[in-house]
Design a protein around this ligand. Structure first.
Ligand code: 5RP
Length: 253
């Protein structure tokens, strides 16, 4: 079926990331979400056609593992391969320094563990994800341990580095927020909870916020991906595609 609008943009970015960055023999990180879906699909197509050979992939969620298995993509984990040639994933927001908010789908911990080990982390987005400053356009997810989670939520909300944010425990389905499971806390693939931080103004110092969140006892990790992105592939609904970062243009937004 021919795609249109945002889905077409996601497909363009996803396919281009694989066409540009994945070659035979590589270890490849597979991201999570509706944009990463198309990168995984492309890897599957190229393996099936024989255009790609001898690659092994590391999925960043159970959803992605299931998709990859259905496409017969060979998989392993970080336990077997600690270094990846490339990792490809979507994002919820991208600022002009190529810092990201990720974790809308609740997979941020595995995404960060895998993508930080990639020689090249390639981010794929439609142009609605571009922003001048991280915060207002998409809530920042923080993965926390279930133990005394409301205490940890209050501790996070009181950090000066995220001053002014509103912290909410994510309920229902971890990826969609759908309330099929009632109003129970959403549970990540790792058995943890997510607190979403809502901002009305951009986070002033993204690096300081990342450090403060990471240093908070009870926090497992957070969705700020700073100084990790090699390149961002940005696609538009009109079928346009541009690259920012290394090997591409200076961020233009
Ligand atoms: O971080 C993520 C999942 O945890 C996703 O990469 C992010 O939410 C973007 O998803 P989509 O491509 O569906 O907009």
């Amino acid at each position: 079926m021919a795609l249109s609008g945002t889905d077409l943009a996601k497909q363009l970015a996803g396919y281009k990331s694989v066409d540009d960055h994945v070659t035979s023999g590589m270890v490849v990180g597979l991201g999570t979400g509706s944009t990463a879906y198309f990168a995984v699909e492309r890897v599957g197509q190229k393996l099936a056609s024989g255009e790609l050979k001898d690659i092994i992939c590391i999925p960043t969620s159970e959803r992605t593992r299931e998709q990859a298995e259905s496409l017969k993509i060979p998989l392993c984990t970080l336990n077997e391969k600690s270094v990846l040639d490339v990792a490809i994933d979507g994002a919820d927001a991208v600022d002009p320094n190529l810092a990201l908010v990720k974790g809308g789908g609740g997979a941020l911990l595995r995404e960060k563990m895998v993508e930080v080990m990639a020689k090249k982390f390639v981010c794929i987005v439609d142009d609605s994800k571009l922003c001048k400053g991280l915060g207002p356009s998409f809530a920042l997810p923080v993965e926390i341990t279930p133990f005394c989670h409301m205490h940890t939520l209050r501790t996070i909300a009181a950090l000066p580095e995220v001053a002014g944010c509103k912290a909410e425990l994510r309920l229902g389905n971890v990826a969609t927020g759908a309330k099929k499971d009632g109003d129970k806390p959403a549970v990540t693939d790792n058995g943890n909870y997510i607190v979403d931080l809502f901002f009305e103004t951009p986070i002033k110092d993204v690096r300081a916020a990342a450090k403060a969140l990471k240093n908070t006892v009870g926090v497992v990790d957070h969705g700020l991906f700073v100084d990790m992105t090699y390149q961002v592939i940005v696609a538009g609904k009109d079928g346009s595609c541009r690259v920012a970062g290394q090997g591409g243009d200076k961020p233009w937004w």
